[in-house]
Write a protein that binds this ligand. Structure first.
Ligand SMILES: [Zn+2]
Length: 431
C-alpha cells in the first residue's frame, strides 16, 4: 500500500488516541512520510515542519482509523443463508466483495479482519488492496470455513445434491479437519474460521446451545494451523463450545455468547480476544420479521443478544480484550452499517465511548496481529487516521454518518471523506 511523502499536520480537534486514555483537547497530529511523529496537545507540539500540508479538524475529533474485527467482504447482503452457496458464482462474488471493501474504507474502517469468506476471495482482495488496485481496509484474511457434518453450516439437504465447496469444509473427524486446514494453508489465509457451536438461526437442529464440532476435531484444526503459522477462531455461542475452543488453543473467539465462571477463567488465563459481533443479533431482532425470519429464530437472537451483551461487559470489566465487528453482509444487517456496532455497545451494553473506541481501534489491530503498526495515534505508527467533524464522545453515533468524515487516511494518504481527491483511476492492470 502506498505511503504519503512529506509532512502533514492535523489540528484543531480533540485527540482520541485509541489506548483508552482520556481525550486530549486542542490536539495536533504530525505525520512525516506516512507515519505519526507526534500526537498530543497543541501546547507541547514540536515546531511544525515548514511547508507542511494542513488539515483542519474543524473543532471535531482526530482518532485512529477503525478496525472492523468480524468482516465478511464476500457476504453480499444476503436475504437467506442459502444465498451464500448457490446464488452467485465466484466471479460475481469477487466483484461484489471489492465494492464492499471500498464501502468499508469510506465508512472510516482503515483495517478489517475477516470472519470467513466464500472461495478464497479474501486472500486476493487483500492482495489487490495492498497493491492499490482497489481501495479497502488493510485486510486480515480468512478462507472457507470449517464445520462438522450435520452442523450449523451443513444446511443443504441431501436431496439437493449440492456440495458446499465454495463456502465450507464439511468434516467428519480429525483426518478431515487436518485435510481442510491443509487446503487453507495452500490458499494462503491467515485465519481458520470454524464452527464449534450452533446459532439461533438453526433452532431445530443446531441452536445456540448445540455443539457442531468435537473437541478432537477442534484440537486437530489448531495443531495443524499453528504448525503452519495460521491462527484459529470459531463461532462460539454455547458455553461448552467456548470452553472447548479455549482448551483446544484457539487464538480468538467469535461471539463468546454464554460465558460462565470457568469459561471466564480460561479466557483470561490466555488473554484470548473475543469479537462479540452483537449488531447482527440486534438487527435480526429489529428487522427479522421484515425479512421473514420465523419468530422462533428472532426469539433465539434476542436470547443470544442478551447473553452476548452481558458476557461482553463482563469480559471488559474483568480486563479481557474485545474487538468490535458486527458481522455485516446480511439483508437486515447490510454492509455500510458498521459503526452501528459502536453505538450499540456504548448506548445499550454499557461501554464508555472511550472503551468502545479502544476496542474498535487498538484491540482490533492487536487481533489482526498488527498492534505495533496501527490502531492507535502514537509516534511511530502508520498514519491510519480518521478526522471527524463532531465530538464522538458526546455522541458516538456520529461515526455512522460518512458525511461527517473530513478525512479517512491510510499511511498518511487521504482515501475518503470530504478532503478525498475527486474519483478517478490511474491504475493500469498488469498481467
Ligand atoms: Zn460472521
Amino acid at each position: 500500500m502506498k505511503t504519503a511523502t512529506g509532512s502533514l499536520v492535523i489540528r484543531n480537534g480533540q485527540i482520541i488516541d485509541g489506548t483508552g486514555a482520556a481525550a486530549v483537547p486542542d490536539g495536533v497530529v504530525v505525520i512525516e512520510d506516512g507515519r505519526i511523529s507526534y500526537a498530543g496537545s497543541a501546547t507541547y507540539a514540536p515546531e511544525l515542519p515548514a511547508g507542511a500540508q494542513q488539515i483542519d479538524a474543524n473543532g471535531g475529533t482526530i482518532m485512529p482509523g477503525l478496525v472492523e474485527a468480524h468482516f465478511h467482504a464476500t457476504y453480499f447482503n444476503i436475504r437467506a443463508l442459502e444465498d451464500l452457496d448457490i446464488k452467485y458464482p465466484v466471479e460475481y462474488v469477487s466483484l461484489l466483495s471489492a465494492v464492499n471493501c471500498r464501502l468499508a474504507l469510506e465508512c472510516g474502517y482503515t483495517a478489517a479482519r475477516s470472519g470467513g469468506c466464500l472461495f478464497n476471495v479474501d486472500f486476493w482482495l487483500k492482495t489487490a488492496i495492498e497493491q492499490d488496485l482497489i481501495p479497502g481496509p488493510r485486510l486480515s484474511s480468512s478462507g472457507r470455513e470449517i464445520c462438522s457434518a450435520g452442523g450449523l453450516m451443513d444446511w443443504n439437504p441431501e436431496f439437493r445434491k449440492i456440495g458446499m465447496e465454495g463456502l465450507v469444509f464439511i468434516i467428519n473427524g480429525v483426518d478431515d479437519a487436518r485435510r481442510a486446514v491443509r487446503a487453507l494453508v495452500k490458499d494462503g489465509v491467515e485465519w481458520v474460521k470454524t464452527y464449534p457451536t450452533g446459532d439461533a438461526a438453526a433452532p431445530d437442529t443446531n441452536d445456540h446451545h448445540t455443539l457442531c464440532m468435537t473437541f478432537d476435531e477442534m484440537h486437530a484444526v489448531v495443531q495443524t494451523a499453528h504448525n503452519h503459522g495460521m491462527k484459529v477462531t470459531g463461532h462460539c455461542r454455547a458455553t461448552e463450545g467456548i470452553k472447548n475452543a479455549l482448551r483446544a488453543g484457539y487464538d480468538a473467539l467469535e461471539h463468546g455468547t454464554f460465558m460462565d465462571d470457568e469459561a471466564m477463567d480460561l479466557l483470561l488465563e490466555r488473554d484470548v480476544a473475543v469479537v462479540p459481533a452483537l449488531y447482527f443479533e440486534k438487527a435480526s431482532v429489529l428487522r427479522g420479521e421484515e425479512f421473514g425470519l420465523p419468530q422462533q429464530v428472532i426469539d433465539g437472537h434476542q436470547e443470544t443478544l442478551d447473553g452476548g451483551a452481558e458476557s461482553a461487559l463482563r469480559i471488559l470489566r474483568a480486563g479481557g480484550r474485545l474487538g468490535m465487528g458486527g458481522d455485516y453482509g446480511f439483508g437486515w444487517n447490510p454492509h455500510g452499517d458498521y459503526a452501528r456496532e459502536l453505538t450499540y455497545f456504548t448506548k445499550e451494553v454499557g461501554f464508555t465511548p472511550l472503551e468502545t473506541i479502544m476496542c474498535a481501534t487498538k484491540t482490533g489491530a492487536e487481533i489482526m496481529g498488527r498492534g505495533d503498526e496501527f490502531g492507535t495515534l502514537e509516534a511511530g505508527k502508520l498514519a491510519d487516521v480518521l478526522v471527524v467533524d463532531g465530538d464522538v464522545i458526546a455522541d458516538i453515533s456520529i461515526l455512522e454518518d460518512r458525511d461527517r468524515f473530513i478525512a479517512v487516511m491510510q499511511s498518511g494518504i487521504v482515501k475518503a471523506g470530504r478532503l478525498a481527491p475527486a474519483e478517478h483511476t490511474d491504475v493500469i492492470v498488469q498481467g
